[in-house]
Design a protein around this ligand. Sequence first.
Ligand code: ADP
Ligand code: ZN
Ligand code: ZN
Length: 835
Amino acid sequence: MILTAEQYADVILPLPVAGYFTYNVPDELRDQVIPGARVIVQFGVRKFYSALVHEIHDRKPEGYHTKPIEFLIDTDPIVPVASFPFWEWIAGYYHCTLGEVLKAALPSGLKLESETRINYNREYTEQPDNRLTPREQLLFDVIREKHSLSISELNNSVLKKNTIAVLKELLGKGAVTVEEEMRESYRQKTIAVIELPERLRNVRSLDLAIDSLKKVPLQQKLLIGFLELFENLDPLTDFGVTKKELLQSTGISSAVFNGLVQKKIFTVTEKKTGRLVPFAGTIKEVSELSPAQTGALIQIKQSFELKPVTLLHGVTSSGKTEIYIRLIKDCIDSGKQVLYLLPEIGLTTQIITRLTRVFGDRAGVYHSKFNDSERVEIWNKVLNFGNLRSDQTRESDYQLIVGTRSALFLPFKNLGLIVVDEEHENSFKQYDPAPRYHARDASVILGHFHQAPVLLGTATPAVETYYNAKSGKYGLVTLYERHQNIEMPEILTADFKDAYKRRQMISHLTPLLFSEITGALERKEQIILFQNRRGFSPFIECKLCGWVPKCPYCDVSLTYHKHNNSLVCHYCGHAISHPGTCSSCKSKELTNKGFGTEKVEEDLQLIFPDAKINRMDLDTTRSKRGFEQIIQSFERREIDILIGTQMVTKGLDFENVSIVGILNADNLLNQPDFRAYERSYQLMAQVGGRSGRKNKRGKVIIQTSEPTHHIILNVASNDYEAMYSGQIAERKHFKYPPFYRMIGITLKHREQHELDRIAQELSLNLRERFGGRILGPEYPLISRIKTFYIKQLWIKIEREISVVNAKRQMQEIIDRVKMRDGNKTVQIAVDVDPI
Ligand code: ADP
Ligand code: ZN
Ligand code: ZN
């Protein structure tokens, strides 16, 4: 017998516990357990979790007895080892556990939030070679009855001993499965789609068919409904019209549907699919670049030689995307992977259409509106990139991923370029839960680990980024010329306070904006209006006693949504129907205060009865394709006036927009936040950039009570530099980033006085160590959310001081305070570089 050293595996558990945990590899799994694969291990007294193997080694841990790995889930890694240094950086820098990174990184189909579950395999049939023993049968019957149980539940069930061993036998015989395995095996999926038979696939016979249904109007309506859905299919993402979709959209019954099937007008075909549809269009060549764009491209390439991170500061519509496409093409041709990050799901549609035209099936999209199995599939497509298939041909799997921030965690092996588009956007930052990472900053590190250059692109850089570029840390390339020399929009201000006084306001419009909209409508040009509040009115108020309905769980007034006559909390979603009378004095005179997008839409429809008006905000874009549908219909010019929140400001490219109106710039400027002016500038400049794209100079009208506010003037003169110099001077003076690092600490508690007491205690302890670097504790603007009172503290740390040490000391103090009697129920979250 040959004695070899024991094998140990360090694993990451999907729990908020720090560090790696070591298990021993039992003999039967020896040399099968590999880094990046999942295993099932016991943690705590009885619980079982799926964990990710980080490293296999032979170093026996000191001081405790290791438990064995119970099961092996994967025979191939699901996370490349190359990802681990990046995960460790995220956990270290953003001050969270590897388990939290694991949870953020893996699509939920590949991980388990709670304990591992064992499922009954309905395909199991008993054969001579997999017959169950009586003990196995006993356990099997329990699982079959319940369909799915956690291992700890099983442990306590029928068998008094050796449940795990019996379970292993059941798994081996294929009678049960571990849930993680199940989820992966959805791969081959078919969906039933409705098709027209060959004979109806021309306009004439289709018309005849519609006519022939005159006497059965429901069938006729259903056929027409089908045609409408069919025409709106997206060739990139849709397989076809399903029965369910059709019945839902028409509200017609299944019986009517069956009638059409009997008449052989509809045929139902099972389509075998991966869930991701192959690209069906033709691949186009990249566009010819203008001399200015070529210049910028050359400079970027030169810059990458010296500075791995480079900022492309290009005005809106200068062709930044065309430049990205060139860089991406070079990278793809060299056989490497590319990550293209966007701040918002909504933006992916336009961009992916442009990218697939050039890169076809090599481009994939990744974001949170994909369902879980789709995400697992994309994950695997990225993971498999470059692998050889069994027939030795290369997989044509995703080489370019366009995605929102979580795409950062995809299993890249060989990144050659990262593009962060609209790098100034806040939505790159994750607020909750941990890891509270900033995808732009994290991408710089990801690029570093892959030795891939990172290109940050925007018309309005974040102050921090521009500072890094100016100070030489990042390269800087500028492009101040719009494509085809379209002029930058003309920016006008309109004083609404003045117009109110003179009683010249037409609903929410100053005379200037009103006449510009009227003119644009006459010329058949499109209009975008920006209002940063959704809903109908931010609150309602009793005219007699001043009562304002508030959320019982949060410290905010409820927003009135007229379309369903409800009052909604925008922080927790709590909704009630409009009370009709005042709860306090029973008066019926409740008035709407302020205005949101919904009210603007309604009022404008009265002012411009013939205009087609639509709205784009969280409420109208909830469905998977909501955003896309509005954008496409705007592109097709089916909408004259589009009213929207932030969503309309972001990098969209429309051809026919001549007027952009900002209904109330004061709302933006008056936010109590050191970034308010920077953000106001960015929002206004960005939404303004939507105007005047192809052959005409556009106009932007900013309604404000302070037309001479310096930020408004900066926007009007398109002077980013001036805004930047003003802001950077203030940041320096008031000790804010980029000169100081900030760490935010948020405390939450259901009892206000407890919260006050603990926050005070924490701040005293922190001050002892950090002195004047501590700000707060303070209640935020919304001081109670979802029944939790909230207080915040900040640590401001000089750039020169080791942030690692500071974070460690901070954590020690937090732990100490939390450990004290009476303090255990407080929740404390740390946010590094809060925004
Ligand atoms: P940005 O990303 O800087 O806002 P885009 O790349 O979206 O600019 O360009 C704006 C518009 O001009 C797009 O419709 C784009 O297709 C077009 N465009 C820009 N550069 C070129 C080019 N070199 N050839 C053809 N079209 C271009
Ligand atoms: Zn609420
Ligand atoms: Zn009242």
